[in-house]
Design a protein around this ligand. Structure first.
Ligand code: SF4
Ligand code: SF4
Length: 329
């Protein structure tokens, strides 16, 4: 995953940006676009990379004016690519370029099929504009004969929208969606804590998720749902399968903990529980001033995290209590 921008045109109340805006210990919200010049420093490792997703992370990828140049550079290594967008800036030109440049997959953040709920969660957005943009993907996919292209929606389960998922599947089918990535809401700031889905009864979730799986199968949509509870002997795949590259050159083990920060939900003894704790970052190094293979991918922090995960070291922060590794998110 490559974060290409930390600038955003929306103001979602549940976004990680709010943590940066409200917690002075984090040093303020970065407002930065990643340059192609910097990313070119990764050129020597890109021949060995299978796939990457370009994300805003703390922003919207299309606010980076170099977005297509960056994509083109990565694509020149034969890498499978995708991007994750809030859809607010999608237009015909961007969709045509998406197909011309050979993007393999696009994931669009849509948390509800109800206009009002969508616009409440995505403050500053227009539901109609997002839907119009999504429809254009299907039209141009046919025009460019890109049947293998995959169009997905990212749906975040919250306590106020989890019951929407069955109707949302019909909405997705109508839009020509191939897959839905449904994850649990991440609580970045304490005042959003009641929007989490851990307090929803597990039996309720199990029943709903079973119905959703069946319906998705019937509609021909691939549906990824979060796990309902942690399971034993789980190892975090993030530590071995890839890295997340952030705007400032930091290379992190996982997308979630790029910086030391407070965090509210944790997994232990097969349960998820609430408690405010400080979590450490998972920065492995910085590609702008360190050698990627020897000092970052095989550097001391990477080795420490992998070793502690293999032996189940309960003292390692944040991996020891992190609920993400159980795919609960
Ligand atoms: S669109 Fe994404 S990055 Fe922008 S404010 Fe909303 S959640 Fe945050
Ligand atoms: S265990 Fe959690 S914190 Fe550690 S790398 Fe995996 S997802 Fe990130």
């Amino acid at each position: 995953m490559v974060e290409v921008s930390t600038v955003c045109n929306l103001r979602c109340p549940g976004c990680e940006r709010v943590l940066y805006q409200t917690d002075p210990a984090l040093g303020g919200l970065p407002k930065s676009n990643v340059s192609l010049k910097n990313l070119k420093k990764l050129g020597h490792i890109l021949p060995y990379i299978y796939s990457t997703y370009f994300v805003g992370g703390l922003g919207e990828p299309f606010l980076n004016p170099e977005f297509w140049d960056i994509h083109h550079f990565f694509k020149s290594f034969g890498i499978k690519t995708g991007y994750f967008t809030n859809a607010s800036l999608i237009d015909e030109n961007k969709i045509k370029t998406t197909f011309r440049e050979g993007v393999d997959s696009v994931l669009i953040s849509v948390d509800s099929h109800s206009r009002q709920r969508y616009e409440d969660i995505k403050k500053g957005s227009s539901f109609d504009k997002a839907v119009e943009g999504i429809r254009l993907f299907s039209r141009y996919r046919a025009a460019y004969k890109r049947q293998a292209f995959q169009l997905g929606l990212n749906f975040i389960f919250r306590s106020d929208n989890y019951g929407d998922i069955l109707d949302y599947l019909d909405f997705a089918k109508d839009l020509g969606i191939d897959f839905i990535n449904a994850s649990g809401f991440i609580v970045h700031v304490k005042k959003e804590k009641d929007n989490n889905i851990f307090e929803i009864n597990n039996e309720v979730k199990e029943q709903l998720f079973n119905q959703a799986h069946q319906k998705a199968r019937r509609l021909g949509i691939r549906l990824r749902l979060p796990n309902i509870k942690p399971f034993r002997n789980c190892l975090c795949y993030h530590l071995w399968h890839g890295v997340c590259i952030f705007y400032n050159g930091d290379v992190c083990a996982c997308p979630f903990f790029r910086t030391r920060r407070p965090f509210y939900f944790h997994a232990d003894n097969d349960k998820v529980f609430y408690e405010e704790r400080m979590y450490e970052n998972t920065v492995l190094g910085n590609y702008l001033n360190q050698d990627f293979l020897t000092q970052i991918w095989n550097g001391p922090r990477a080795k420490e995290l992998r070793r502690s995960e293999l032996v189940g070291d309960k003292t390692i922060n944040p991996c020891a209590f992190c609920y993400y590794k159980y795919d609960l998110h």
